[in-house]
Design a protein around this ligand. Structure first.
Ligand SMILES: Cc1cc2nc3c(=O)[nH]c(=O)nc-3n(C[C@H](O)[C@H](O)[C@H](O)COP(=O)(O)O)c2cc1C
Length: 191
């Protein structure tokens, strides 16, 4: 069974992106995946500094996050758009997990992992611009990004009080994205 790790680039209470990724996680389960949902709030790590890395090594929670990435075949990532790009929180976690420890291969957390990208924004553009740079980033890390992606505009109106997605079109997009993610990951695993 394809193992999917789902997380967002926001630790804000009531985050639209965390809500979106949790809805996507349900869709991925329906597509046949074994899904783990996490919050980066549980993996708080210092801003990456190479001197501190040399002196103290990788912080425990960064190592734990990296191990989760290593242990899963595919990722669902929903990111806020901050000033047209990804938030420092997400980039910092991705940077830490890109660092090699022990005798593991280079980019063990990312190489040949399949990634489905999403963005939610209260604005009208739905975080379209962060999807461009996040796609580039993940591909540069040797991950395979699905052709489909989801951007959710006007996110403030799109969830009920329990965080369930109300928008049928967006729900269908999550179904299509997660089916593509699971299918691509299954094929890569079979190789
Ligand atoms: C520093 C900062 C920059 C932002 N820049 C953008 C932006 O470029 N585009 C956009 O759609 N929203 C922008 N926003 C608004 C975020 O989309 C909004 O805060 C959103 O709720 C964040 O995602 P979350 O709900 O998952 O925490 C920005 C917010 C902050 C704090």
């Amino acid at each position: 069974m394809v193992k999917v790790l789902a997380f967002s680039g926001s630790t804000r209470n009531g985050s639209f992106n965390q809500a979106l990724v949790e809805n996507a996680a349900e869709a991925a389960k329906a597509a046949g995946a074994d899904v783990t949902v996490i919050s980066l709030a549980d993996y708080a790590m210092p801003i990456f500094n190479e001197d501190e890395e040399s002196e103290y090594g990788m912080p425990e929670r960064a190592q734990a996050f990296k191990q989760l990435l290593i242990d899963h075949d595919a990722f669902l990532i929903a990111s806020p758009e901050y000033n047209s790009s990804y938030p420092a929180l997400l980039k910092n976690a991705i940077d830490w997990a890109s660092r090699k420890t022990g005798d593991e291969p280079m980019l063990a957390a990312y190489k040949n992992k399949v990634v489905g990208l999403m963005a939610a924004s209260p604005g009208g553009l739905g975080g379209m611009r962060v999807l461009v740079v996040l796609r580039m980033l993940m591909q540069n890390l040797m991950s395979v990004v699905t052709p489909l992606q989801v951007s959710l505009a006007n996110a403030g109106d799109k969830f009920d009080d329990n965080g369930k997605l109300l928008d049928e079109t967006a729900q269908k997009q999550l179904t299509n994205l997660t089916q593509q993610l699971v299918s691509m990951a299954a094929k890569l695993n079979a190789e």
